[in-house]
Ligand binder design. Structure first.
Ligand code: CA
Ligand code: CA
Length: 504
């Protein structure tokens, strides 16, 4: 087990006593953008700001209204993208769940979603890819299919997981959360635990190529056949059930919000091949314990935990915008049971995956209607979905009250772009923009936070600019960060950091 700094543990325990309701501070506004959603679970944006929303289809009984719907950036309904009503089973935590827009959507128009397929005798977890044409999904292609008839027990309506996400460094790889299927509550035979079984896809994060093939650099890749040897699709294991997965667009770290049994919910940073402990461990402790620290070797401890009564963690986001600088280098985590947002302060490089403080930010929706997905908009505001178990779901925006009148998804005038090409072998370009005449510096840092190069330090006119960098072949292969600082009238008005990869 990884070493845990004692003060993080203390912060977790202190927070147990601080679960009282706390409304949104008056300096923030909360504005509904999309309304009228029935059992919504997840959403993503196309690059032009259109919302793609999954509605899981219901909670009990016959499958109904399991649809992906498209809304304009202003929240107007545009079209039903996909209607999978006849093939989705929706009871409990099943249904049409996670959605992801392809990072190269502008050129390939691909949209992906996760749902539980049940038709005739077939019973499957599926991830399907559609081609978007004028707001409508065409040419559905199944890129993942898990046969639930081979579990060895009757599938229960719990613990299917369902979040699917991309990382900026890997635009052709999809990360897929698959729950442990309620296995430990169904089958109490000693050793029965899908989470620890590397020949099963359950209780795992899977990683596949967007065409459905399996990346050969997956940590348990053996013969390319999930049915023999190890399941080659596994990226990390020892998970229970999870409703939130998010990435840090600056460092590329992958984060997972995971639901415990009765004692600890947890927030994890996901490492390739990592074992996250279920069902031996729950939070920092042995399964169901609040006193016996987990001492199983080789298990990765969470970076934050929440004690009973468990909040049922859902979505997460790493904040990297400029509209709310108080959240710079913070992660926000949502929950289902209290409609609450938690605020994690993250460490500075190289400790950027260490939580240095954890507080409750605010209750933003009434308890049982719960929060599902939270995301950062292009305008730097927070967009949250009220959904899951309600027929009056919404997507709403949280921003500074002073910005309430500004339409969503407007670009900040001061901006730092992603370098291209990225990864780079020797030469690359960075685009940036400034709102007014500025003094601009751009510097390059390695993963330990050591400055390795000054890229730019000059006065520029308002508008769009490009800086070219050569000679990067002198540096070791790996991750680097470039940081921009924009000064106007000798005052710093903008800071931003992005990650680049140097390869040989
Ligand atoms: Ca295999
Ligand atoms: Ca764990």
């Amino acid at each position: 087990m990884r070493k845990i700094l004692p003060f993080i543990l203390c912060i977790s325990l202190i927070c147990i006593g601080k679960l009282e309701a706390q409304t949104l501070p008056s300096t923030y506004s909360q504005t509904t953008i999309v309304s009228g959603l029935s059992y919504p679970v997840d959403f993503d944006w196309a690059p032009d700001g259109r919302y793609f929303v999954t509605q899981k289809g219901g909670y009990t009984g016959t499958p109904v209204n399991a649809k992906i719907q498209v809304y304009s950036p202003a929240g107007t309904f545009l079209a039903t993208f996909a209607n999978v009503t006849d093939s989705v089973t929706v009871g409990g935590e099943r249904g049409l769940l996670g959605i992801a827009i392809d990072p190269n959507f502008t050129t390939n128009h691909f949209v992906y979603a996760f749902y539980v397929y049940k038709y005739g005798t077939a019973n499957q977890i599926r991830v399907v890819r559609w081609f978007e044409s004028s707001n409508v999904g065409t040419n559905p292609t199944t890129i993942l299919s898990l046969n639930l008839n081979t579990l060895g027990f009757t599938p229960q309506p719990y613990h299917y997981a369902g979040m699917i996400r991309f990382r900026p460094s890997q635009p052709d790889k999809l990360y897929i959360c698959v729950g442990e299927m309620y296995h430990n509550q169904q089958d109490t035979t000693a050793g029965a635990n899908f989470g620890q079984m590397l020949n099963k896809p359950y209780g795992k994060i899977l990683r596949i190529n967007t065409d459905g093939t399996i990346p050969t650099d997956n940590p348990f890749y053996d013969d390319g056949n999930p049915a023999t040897g190890k399941d080659d699709r596994i990226w990390s294991y020892g998970h229970r059930n999870m409703f939130g997965m998010c990435v840090n667009p600056v460092t590329d770290s992958l984060y997972l919000a995971e639901n415990g049994l009765t004692t600890w919910d947890e927030f994890n940073v996901i490492h390739k091949g990592g074992n996250y402990g279920w069902n031996h461990c729950e939070g920092l402790y042995e399964n169901s314990s609040t006193t016996q620290l987990c001492t199983e070797p080789g298990m990765v401890a969470p970076i934050a935990t929440w004690g009973a009564p468990l909040p049922a963690l859902t979505g997460c986001l790493y904040y990297s915008g400029t509209a709310m600088p108080e959240f710079n280098n913070h992660i926000l985590v949502a929950d289902n049971d209290y409609g609450r947002l938690y605020d994690l302060t993250m460490g500075n490089a190289p400790n950027y995956d260490i939580v240095t403080s954890k507080v409750t930010f605010a209750d933003v929706v009434a308890g049982a209607e719960g929060l599902t997905t939270i995301r950062q908009g292009a305008d730097g505001c927070i967009y949250a979905m009220k959904g899951g178990y309600t027929t009056t779901g919404t997507i709403f925006r949280i921003c500074h009250a002073s910005l309430a009148g500004i339409a969503g998804n407007e670009k900040s005038p001061n901006r730092l772009g992603q370098n291209y090409p990225n990864p780079t072998t020797g030469a690359t370009q960075i685009d940036y923009s400034v709102s007014d005449a500025s003094d601009v510096s751009i510097e390059l840092f390695d993963v330990t936070g050591r400055k390795v190069k000054s890229i730019l330090n000059t006065a520029v006119e308002p508008g769009d600019h490009t800086v070219e960098m050569a000679g990067l072949d002198k540096f070791a292969q790996g991750s680097y960060f470039y940081k921009i600082q924009v000064k106007q009238n000798n005052k710093v008005v903008y800071n931003a950091t992005k990650r680049m990869m140097i390869v040989k």
